[in-house]
Design a protein around this ligand. Structure first.
Ligand code: UDP
Length: 509
């Protein structure tokens, strides 16, 4: 008899999760997988050896606590694509060509993943949007596939509207002219320069084709899950459901649900050196509440030295204390012939140290731990969705500096819908690993930091709204909150589907 034959609702679901291999994807989807397991479902994460190693410790800890969660590792064979040895996650990639190769290499894993799932049929597949094949495969197996988007429905709605032939950006004479995105619950204002290049020019480049593929995949899937909480975008979720007819489950913020203590928060998939973590936390411990600006641009953003120099000047001019995470400067020699750092003003780091004003973290910071710290006064962020939701959950005001992907849309959710942050004034969308035509100047950075950190009526209102949103996020994440209930609903829905399938099978036997 088939293993799915008349399984009662009490039988746990068997779910296979397939995360995309970059920090902004694998961190939230592995956390969501662990949340499903914490509710008694049987979870397997399918990934490659390097990425399995990143996840192993937390999965082992979950298993020790009695949860049914494991990792299935597929072989990584990317040498034929010319990928350098050891490149198995986008976090190690610094150029577009290698990123494309990495994506291709991952798509080569399809057969191994399909073979494993055929031998071990799940009740449902939850795969990142970057696996378009998973929907058709699930349909062939007669099971549902849920898509994980590392975005919000707000961003998905903007993507839909911008793609429409009527979007006003198509008729503007200049890239810097503002326009109102049509058909949305609020008048959201953007400029054409803030749109992804393929949307700006309507060119059929690989990025546009990838977006089309995401859309097709969505049409063939059962629904979508998000690392987000419903209250932040109720009208947009309704709008999205109306225009796509899709099921949507908000079951985050994952980091707030899954981590039991500070140690776990510090070791989320990518770990920083324990000594460096202690240094940051001890430094923050010595600071007054709401007094420190945290500056971090996620895992992929790379600024040229000139831009880093402007950031250093802007922070120093603001007079406020900061923790600044800089990637790409951890290993390389970053001094000129005179022994000076090319990306920092003369004596900057030493000065900040002597005055106890600022700390530069080279590489990776324990972001959620830092954001939760009472000394945090605001977060200058590139508006990657995970950073955005983590900043919102921490209840701190955000200073928005979007760069690529859907980050400009996330900025608008913050500054034009919720008012829990201010813009730094970045105007130009660029492709990951490319360099903007113009710099964000030191005075823009200084002004944005001062707007939040100097106090005054506007800053008080922004801080209040940020705090209130943070409270909503925590409420959604707690037992009986909206995300908790949404997860219950998703599980019940998937179990109902399984029951329908087994009834159908019983009839046909
Ligand atoms: N992150 C971190 N420490 C860092 C940089 C990033 O913990 O120094 C985490 C951050 O908390 C978030 C993820 O990496 O969970 C980055 O995802 P996001 O969507 O913000 O940006 P992306 O890296 O995809 O551009």
């Amino acid at each position: 008899m088939d293993s799915t034959h008349l399984q009662p609702a009490t039988t746990p679901l068997k779910i296979h999760f397939i995360p995309f291999i970059s920090p902004g994807h694998i961190i939230p989807l592995s956390e969501l997988a662990r949340i499903f397991a914490s509710r008694g479902e049987h979870v397997t994460i399918i990934t490659t050896p390097f990425n399995a190693d990143l996840l192993q410790k937390s999965i082992d800890e979950d298993r020790d606590s009695g949860e049914h969660i494991g990792i299935h590792t597929v072989e990584w064979s990317a040498t034929e694509l010319g990928l350098p040895h050891g490149i198995e996650n986008l976090s190690n990639v610094t150029d577009l060509e290698t990123a494309i190769k990495l994506h291709r290499a991952l798509m080569l894993m399809q057969k191994q993943m399909e073979d494993f799932m055929t031998r071990n049929p799940p009740d449902c597949i939850i795969a990142d949007t970057f696996y378009p094949w998973a929907s058709e495969f699930a349909n062939r197996m007669g099971i549902p596939r849920l898509i994980f988007y590392p975005w919000s429905t707000f961003a998905l709605c903007l993507m839909e509207s911008i793609r429409s032939p009527d979007s006003p950006h198509r008729r503007l004479s200049s890239d810097s002219d503002p326009f109102v995105v049509p058909g949305l619950p609020h008048p959201i204002i953007l400029t054409r320069s803030q749109l992804p290049e393929h949307d700006r020019k309507d060119i059929a480049d690989p990025a546009a084709q990838l977006m089309d593929q995401h859309k097709e995949t969505e049409m063939k899937s059962y629904g979508i899950i998000l690392n987000n909480f419903a209250e932040i975008e109720t009208e947009y979720t309704e709008h999205y459901k109306k225009i796509t007819g899709h099921k949507v489950w908000h079951i985050g913020p994952a980091a707030a649900i899954v981590h039991r203590n500070a140690k776990e928060k510090a070791e989320r998939v990518f770990k920083s050196d324990e000594h460096d973590n202690n240094l940051v936390i001890n430094w923050l411990n010595s600071k007054e509440p709401n007094s420190v600006v945290y500056v971090c641009f996620g895992s992929g953003c790379q600024f040229p030295d000139k831009q880093l120099y402007e950031i250093a000047c802007g922070l120093e001019l603001s007079g406020h204390q900061f923790v600044w995470v800089v990637r790409g400067k951890d290993k390389q020699i970053d001094v000129n012939d005179d022994g000076e750092k090319t990306w920092l003003p003369k004596g900057f780091e030493e000065r900040m140290k002597t005055e106890n004003k600022g700390l530069i973290v080279r590489g990776w910071a324990p972001q959620v731990l830092v954001l939760d710290h009472p000394s945090l006064g605001c977060f200058l962020t590139h508006c990657g969705w995970n950073s955005t939701i983590e900043g919102i959950t921490a209840g701190v005001p955000l200073i928005t500096w979007p760069v690529f992907a859907e980050q400009f849309y996330n900025e608008k959710l913050i500054t034009q819908v919720h008012g829990n942050g201010v813009v730094v004034g970045s105007e130009e969308w660029i492709m990951l690993f490319t360099v903007a035509k113009s710099l964000v100047s030191r005075d823009k950075i200084e002004n944005a930091v001062r707007k939040i950190m100097d106090g005054g009526d506007e800053a008080v209102q922004i801080r209040r709204r940020a705090r209130e949103l943070g409270e909503k996020a925590w409420k959604a994440a707690s037992t009986g909150g909206s995300s908790y209930n949404n997860l219950t609903a998703a599980i019940e829905d998937l179990k109902r589907l399984r029951e329908d399938r087994s009834k159908l099978k019983t009839k046909t036997i």
